[in-house]
Ligand binder design. Structure first.
Ligand code: NAP
Length: 558
């Protein structure tokens, strides 16, 4: 890289692989590929590493996977030396961790920051990708790795007049670095998903008045966050090899049950929910094996949570409005909170139930529902993301025969293994649609994908090949398999971002692959070992070779 922090110095730059994004996925991809001798450059829109953890600086932001697990496993030195301060790490701590990783493995020299990729074109003649940035630079590489994140394109609500609002409007996914002081202000929060549920209790402590505009109530489980002592960590770290091996099979080390909900008595079932509720966290949804596949079983756990909400929230009408009714528990990403429902007992917090009185417009100083005006000094949108496909499709990507990815995915993302899509050779997507992705611990998913890509590139180098691409028949079968896997569960019953339901006009396709990551990993490895069955691999100018692929019989488990 040149002295001004740029690779290209305004000129055309060639490397072996371009990685787009410097979050968990991009950092590991850089480290892994570079250590195999490839020349790699990372292009990152932000001014530093971190990905979502760079942007999501809202008060209360923290991960709902335990910190000792939400961390890389590729370096035993790293996992031993890094000390986490809490059971669930806050955003600043995760960002510090990723900055440490960048420093420790000397990654920054190969990352160009403040560089947003605008377009990518596959040059069929030389079988290279040309990557164009918003600044007009051009990068060139045989391979591209899309480490662009599953939840990285924030969405503002489609509310008439929102641009007229004179006060500040902050999206949780794009929070000002200098922080926001809400002291003495009348604040409105739109959105009650994971981000809203985290930010609302924090803003409530500062604001003069907080109005929460809720369209759909969500299930949330108390985090029961605690500080982590050195001794707690030492014990876990001593067993890291075993913990990591298990995580590669199951994603996150929850306490998995071996019983169905109706295999125990009503009292025992209630006791189990109670025990898990008191323990806190996502572990709660693993109380019985059939909660995500049997609606009657799911009703028992949903009723338990609704009862808890009624116990916590003093005003029965508010409690009722906060009780989720339109989807089974867990079919939208379960939220994990610190004092979320308790916040509605504060005198300065009001829940505005948009199902009773929808937002009609925003004026320069107020949000107007059908029944009332809410004068506000600041507005916070915790309104989510164009998930899984948003970041990839934000880039104008053209593959073979001038086909645009936006056009190809008009009816939903088609991928083979979630890793590649037909007609876009040598373009890998990390934790994309069609892979377990957001349904598992993201760091485990990221490492599995990067390791597979690294092996794939190494095998190509060994075999003297220049391109790999998904084969149409394999992709078609994979997409069918991913849909069937989702249809065996309750997931499709929710209008969730997993399905694209939060973005008007987005095709309704269940995007993540519902599978235990160990089974998915085994399938990816089997395919690689079987001469990349279902992919076409070729040398420069060669006739392509394709192998037929049928997804092996993989058990489905959320
Ligand atoms: P989200 O789950 O998509 O929630 C968005 C919220 O905004 C929903 O309540 C939605 O209501 C509401 N909304 C959207 N448009 C609206 C409109 N026009 N009017 C009124 N309400 C509107 O987004 P998120 O909370 O940012 O979370 C996204 C994902 O990021 C999570 O599911 C999780 O995977 C991840 N995340 C994780 C953590 C963590 O680890 N603890 C924290 C934050 C985020 P509807 O439901 O009615 O559409």
């Amino acid at each position: 890289m040149s002295e001004n922090g740029k690779f290209s110095n305004g000129q055309h730059t060639s490397v072996d692989a371009i990685v787009i994004g410097a979050g968990f996925a991009g950092l590991y991809a850089l480290h892994r590929l570079r250590s195999m001798g490839w020349k790699v450059c990372v292009l990152e829109a932000a001014a530093d590493v971190g990905g979502v953890w760079y942007w999501n600086r809202y008060p209360g932001a923290r991960c709902d996977v335990e910190s000792l697990q939400y961390s890389y496993s590729f370096s035993s030195e790293l996992e031993q030396e890094w000390e986490w301060s809490e059971k669930y790490a806050s955003q600043p701590e995760i960002l510090r961790y990723l900055q440490h990783v960048a420093q420790r493995f000397e990654l920054r020299p190969d990352i160009q920051f403040n560089t947003r990729v605008r377009a990518m074109r596959f040059d069929e003649q030389c079988e290279h990708w040309q990557v164009h940035t918003e600044q007009g630079e051009v990068f060139d590489a045989r391979f591209c790795v899309m480490a662009t994140g599953a939840l990285s394109v924030p969405r503002l609500p489609e509310v008439p007049g929102i641009s007229r609002f004179k006060g500040p409007v902050h999206h949780t996914g794009h929070w000002p670095h200098e922080g926001v002081d809400f002291t003495g202000l009348r604040v409105g929060v739109i959105g009650t998903g994971s981000s809203g549920i985290q930010v609302i209790p924090q803003i409530a402590k500062q604001a003069l008045q907080l109005n929460v505009f809720q369209r759909t109530p969500n299930f949330s489980i108390p985090a029961r966050n605690t500080p982590l002592s050195h001794e707690d960590q030492k014990a876990f770290k001593q067993a890291y090899p075993a913990h990591r091996a298990r995580a590669r099979e199951v994603g996150t080390l929850y306490e998995f049950s071996d019983k169905k909900a109706f295999e125990v008595s009503d009292q025992d079932r209630e006791r189990e929910y109670e025990r898990r509720w008191n323990k806190g966290g996502v572990n709660f949804v693993h109380a019985f094996t059939d909660l995500m596949v049997n609606k009657t079983s799911n009703d028992t756990v949903a009723d338990f949570v609704r009862e808890r909400i009624r116990r916590v929230v003093h005003d029965p009408a508010v409690a009722q409005a906060l009780c989720p009714k339109d989807h089974p528990l867990g079919t939208k990403r379960i939220c994990v909170d610190i004092d979320y429902f308790e916040t509605y007992n504060r005198p300065n917090v009001r829940l505005v139930d948009l199902q009773a009185t929808p937002i009609e417009s925003v004026t320069d100083d107020s949000v107007w529902t059908r029944d009332e005006a809410f004068p506000l000094d600041a507005l916070v949108c915790a309104t989510g993301y164009d998930a899984l496909t948003g970041a990839v499709l934000q880039i104008d990507i053209t593959g073979r025969d001038g086909v645009s990815l936006r056009e190809q995915w008009r009816d939903g993302p088609g991928t083979f293994l979630g890793l590649m899509t037909v007609g876009f050779p040598n373009m890998f997507i990390i934790t994309g649609a069609g892979s377990p992705s957001v349904l598992v611990n993201m760091v485990v998913g990221v490492e599995q994908h990067v390791d597979w890509i690294a092996r794939c590139l190494d095998d190509m180098r060994r075999d003297g090949l220049s391109t790999i691409e998904a084969e149409q028949s394999a992709q078609t079968r994979w997409v069918t398999h991913v849909n069937e896997a989702a249809d065996k569960t309750l997931f499709p019953l929710a209008k969730s971002w997993y399905l694209g339901a939060n973005v008007p006009g987005k095709p309704r396709v269940f995007m993540p692959y519902v599978s235990k990551i160990g089974l998915y990993r085994a399938e990816c490895d089997r395919i690689a070992a079987n001469n990349y069955e279902g992919f076409k691999r070729a040398g420069l100018g060669d006739a392509s070779t394709a192998q037929s692929h049928t997804p092996s019989d993989m058990a489905v488990r959320p």
